[in-house]
Design a protein around this ligand. Structure first.
Ligand SMILES: [Zn+2]
Length: 521
């Protein structure tokens, strides 16, 4: 206290503020407040602009979820399980936007077949069809395609499933999800390009149901899809778990003949082919059902014995329409042959000639029959592909409607729809009705199994003494077609190879020049 007394007394106490200072402070506060107002205004304007842009993006994508729907989904997320991701195709960004056009597609058995053409292709050493899930860069399954450039036609390149109608993407192997169907092209230098596919087939869309596995089925739709964010339009595959509709089956068993048609007879004329194949067919159905499959019989023995079934096979409920209506994936027509030579014997499996090289179902049938029975190969050379396997001439009708022997393979031809060139249009006087499914885009893969010869004592004795074993062989072959093609796993699917453009873009983003990444020479 003593020291302070010597100092000059301040004109006012420290807590007193002069009017001038007060005005200055007020001005400062006003300035600060204005600044805050301006900042707040700018923030509001930015947020509003963002919301408007967002709303516009929502409106431009025709099928995308609205802002409201997304908010609803976000709310749901807080309540329960996470919402479905929107249809954005981030995983497709590395795909060459140059689409490849398909002019037709259909299914045969469990496979998708498609074909088309393209104008300018790089030097391609390998072409594959791959399915890629949305939002992912995974190749879920790859199926080899065939490419051929037609130099005379201005270098147009044609493409289709490599080995005919049974080797395209196996629909039964694709897990539930949404996918783009892509063409993966590998160049000689290892560069890979993925391309979208554009559907110009003008097909009516259809639902494909997978074969029952462990009591469950999937419904598959092939359709043009749109990315809701980037606006890409491309051909895709949507797979969802679902119940199998009541009228749809996994397999169809067709015991030959029936009604007034006894088929071939044993040498003593006591045993009829129609009875024997019915018994084996019913047993085959029973065995397949024990494996959980849904099986339709084209006839089960309850048919009218006075019906001329050979004439009514195209009738509304005849064996052809019945089998096609079931939309079964695979079918077996079971027969036993006859010959004017008692010594002629052996079994054979006839597939369609459009199954160019793979003959997967015939191969399974042949090996299964050989494994289960003592049956020997038929030694006929005409139409023989390899041991036990034959291809059927499926254009058996003469143009004038004359019925001839070659039409014995009508089940192979007529059940395949577009895939096998089904043709019966009801204009032949020999038959009743018409094949309503001759233009079907969902073909039943049907093979004709001839178990042996009724007129050969060894064959007949073996078949009659081992009906169950023959049925086991047939059921085992169909079952193994499904068992040996398991549903593919997204977890183990290989990462898609980034396209050359995507790799280049990445390099540029990392600030690398193209030259510096070239290996030293
Ligand atoms: Zn027959």
């Amino acid at each position: 206290m003593a020291s302070r007394s010597h100092k000059k007394r301040p004109s006012r106490r420290p807590y007193e503020v002069s009017d001038k200072e007060l005005r200055r402070n007020r001005k400062r506060i006003q300035n600060l407040f204005s600044l805050l107002l301006i900042v707040a205004f700018i923030v509001i304007v930015i947020l509003l602009l963002k919301a408007i842009m967002h709303g516009r993006a929502d409106r431009t994508s025709s099928e995308g979820p609205s802002l409201h729907e997304r908010l609803k989904a976000a709310l749901k997320f807080a309540e329960g399980p996470p919402p479905e991701p929107p249809d954005t195709f981030e995983g497709l960004l590395d795909i060459n936007q140059d689409t490849m056009v398909i002019d037709q597609y259909f299914t045969y058995g469990t496979h998708l077949y498609f074909s088309g053409s393209y104008n300018t292709l790089p030097q391609v050493v390998q072409a594959e069809a791959v399915v890629r899930p949305i939002n992912e860069a995974l190749d879920v399954g790859a199926w080899t395609m065939w490419l051929e450039t037609d130099e005379e036609d201005g270098g147009v390149t044609h493409f289709c499933a490599a080995d005919g109608i049974t080797t395209g993407p196996d629909l039964d192997q694709i897990p539930a999800g949404k996918y783009a169907l892509l063409m993966k092209l590998t160049a000689a230098n290892g560069d890979v390009q993925y391309r979208f596919i554009k559907d110009e087939s003008h097909n009516q869309p259809f639902d494909y149901y997978t074969v029952t596995r462990n009591g469950s089925n999937r419904k598959i739709q092939m359709k043009t899809m749109t990315d809701t964010v980037h606006g890409f339009t491309f051909f895709g595959i949507e797979v969802e778990e679902t119940e199998l509709p009541e009228d749809i089956y996994d397999f169809v068993i067709d015991p030959g003949h029936g009604g007034t048609d006894e088929g071939c007879l044993s040498r003593d004329e006591k045993v009829k082919e129609a009875d024997l194949v019915l018994e084996i067919g019913l047993k085959t159905k029973e065995l397949l059902e024990a494996h959980g499959y849904k099986v339709l019989m084209t006839r089960d023995g309850t048919e009218d014995p006075s019906e001329e079934m050979a004439y009514t096979m195209y009738a509304e409920n005849g064996r052809v329409n019945k089998a096609c209506r079931s939309r079964a994936k695979m079918g077996l027509s079971i027969h036993i042959d006859e010959s004017s030579y008692d010594s002629e014997r052996g079994f054979s499996v006839t597939g369609t000639i459009r199954d160019d090289w793979s003959f997967n179902l015939p191969k399974k049938l042949v090996s299964s029959i050989r494994n289960h029975t003592k049956a020997v190969f038929w030694d006929e050379e005409v139409g023989n592909v390899k041991d036990g396997i034959y291809y059927g001439a499926y254009d058996g009708f003469m143009v004038d409607g004359t019925f001839n022997n070659r039409d014995a393979f009508y089940m192979i031809r007529e059940l395949g729809g577009v895939a096998t060139g089904a043709m019966y249009d009801g204009n032949y006087e020999y038959y009743v009705g018409e094949n309503q499914f001759r233009n079907s885009l969902q073909g039943v893969e049907c093979d004709l199994v001839t178990l042996g010869f009724m007129t050969n004592d060894d064959d007949l004795k073996d078949i009659m003494g081992n009906k169950d074993t023959y049925a086991e062989a047939l059921a085992e072959a169909l079952d193994s077609m499904i068992r040996d093609a398991p549903i593919l796993s997204l977890e183990t699917a290989p990462k898609a190879i980034p396209s050359a453009q995507a790799r280049q873009a990445e390099k540029e983003a990392n600030g690398e020049s193209t030259e510096s990444t070239e290996p030293d020479k």
